[in-house]
Design a binder for this molecule. Structure first.
Ligand code: HSE
Length: 457
């Protein structure tokens, strides 16, 4: 029995998209309508569901007469209060969302690409029309991270966010680590399980995570950050050797969305912001190291709150729909009270940190035609020439030999021949690492571009 008295109002929702997330969103709204009504204080119902092929919609909870191909009208109809955009991509999603906001509709979206490109414009549009634009599902699916940044942590100073925000790449790296699969087999398994996009390039090369990094940076630092501001490296260069070497050092490789406010070392003043996606070596004791399979997690460091970690499902129909419907309830509650929630403040200017300011420990892996001692010395000389303290790390094979035989002089590794050399540099600037890599590539013995992995302690 629902006890809360309902306002004499029904909130009507226009849903754009009836795919995996759209159909699950409709299901939650229809099947939980009584509970949602009690939580909102008004009834809630679907006013229409727009999609390209109504005949293909396989969702018995959506009444057939609600299905329409006229998406533009659903965004502007008088009887629609909230528009949910779940069609994805930049256009026509941008046009539809803008039109809905301009017609006084609150909007809920899961569209990371849209917000990473047009977020600041749309946040301002929502603000100027006195409506809500909510997007919890756009970053890390079901995990509440957008609202904590917009509300719970708004009184604090965030200094750093490291997020595992792409389930496909986490699944691939985890399968390579835990089950010893090679990259291609792990990617095929991710595709079979439905984690990867139809074209997995956006996942594997880091662009999906980059969209989420831009959104997180805007929320964390109250500044407009776009996808074009994000430096992106994916995981396609990571091989089984890198994974094995990391394991031998009690580290795991994770693709991270990294958002950081840097300090200018000399003046100890604000040194700009870096927003990046890169594969990193994460120490086994770090909370992000235990995020397995396709799960996502976002690790936040704030000045007063200290370390926080948000964990859960980053994709999938029902988990993402949970975040979408949460936003719908928030927007509906505001409508019942005749107000809008707080917008997204962007009073700071985005000032990118320079590559001299971004300092970290790095492991540089160099593929070589011949790993005999003399030629390895040539590699180490490059680090010395740049005045950087560098330590040659044991290969996975050497580390394993040392573990089983108690001796680090693995006879196989001592023979030279093709292989790789891994070097650890501590507290080094990104600028110095770039210069070292350029010089390493000039050596005849070095094959291809060195792989650079930041170390997260
Ligand atoms: N392809 C994305 C992932 C879906 O693997 O996380 C969620 O954005």
């Amino acid at each position: 029995m629902l006890s809360k008295k309902l306002a004499n109002k029904t909130i009507r929702v226009g849903l754009l998209g009836a795919g995996t997330v759209g159909s699950q969103t409709a299901r939650l709204i229809v099947e939980q309508s009584d509970e949602l009504a009690a939580r909102i204080g008004a009834n809630i119902e679907l006013a229409g569901v727009a999609c390209l092929h109504p005949e293909e919609v396989d969702a018995p909870w959506i009444k057939r007469d609600l299905l329409t191909t006229d998406t533009a009208s659903l965004c502007t109809r008088e009887d629609v209060d909230i528009v949910i955009e779940l069609i994805g991509g930049l256009e026509p999603a941008h046009t539809f969302v803008k039109s809905a906001l301009c017609h006084g509709k609150s909007v809920v979206t899961a569209n990371k690409a849209l917000l990473a490109k047009f977020g600041p414009e749309l946040y301002e549009c929502a603000e100027s029309h006195g409506v809500d634009l909510y997007f919890e599902a756009a970053v890390a699916g079901a995990i509440p991270i957008v609202r904590p940044l917009r509300e719970s942590l708004i009184g604090d100073e965030i200094t750093q966010i490291f997020g595992i925000v792409n389930g496909t790449t986490n699944y691939i790296l985890d399968e390579m680590t835990v089950r010893g699969l090679d990259f291609d087999s792990a990617l095929r398994a991710a595709q079979e399980k439905g984690y990867a996009e139809a074209d997995p390039t956006g996942d594997v090369e880091g662009f999906d995570a980059a969209n989420k990094a831009a959104i997180l940076a805007t929320l964390a630092f109250q500044m407009p950050v776009s996808i074009d501001d994000v430096s992106v490296e994916g995981i396609s260069a990571i091989d089984s050797e890198d994974i094995a070497a990391a394991s031998a050092e009690k580290r795991v490789i994770k693709l991270l969305a990294a958002v950081e406010r840097h300090c200018d070392g000399e003046s100890n003043s604000d040194g700009g912001v870096s927003v990046s996606v890169y594969p990193a070596l994460v120490g086994a004791e770090h909370p992000l190291a235990s995020v397995h399979g396709s799960f996502n997690a976002v690790f936040v460091k704030a000045q007063a709150a200290d370390d926080l970690m948000f964990y859960g499902r980053g994709a999938g129909g029902a988990p993402t729909a949970s975040a979408v419907v949460g936003d719908v309830v928030s927007a509906a509650r505001n409508l019942v009270r005749g107000c809008a929630g707080f917008g997204v403040p962007m009073y700071n200017k985005y000032v990118p940190a320079s590559s001299e300011q971004t300092r970290a420990d790095f492991v540089i892996r160099c593929n070589m035609e011949d790993t005999s001692l003399a030629l390895c010395s040539e590699v180490m000389d490059v680090f010395a020439d740049h005045g950087v303290a560098a330590e040659r790390l044991a290969s996975a094979c050497e580390a394993q030999y040392a573990q089983t035989e108690g001796d680090s002089d693995c006879p196989q590794c001592g023979l030279g021949g093709p292989g790789s050399v891994r070097v650890l540099v501590s507290e080094c600037s990104e600028a110095a690492v770039q210069a070292i890599c350029e010089d390493l590539q000039k050596l005849d013995v070095v094959c291809g571009k060195p792989l650079v992995l930041r170390v997260i302690k």
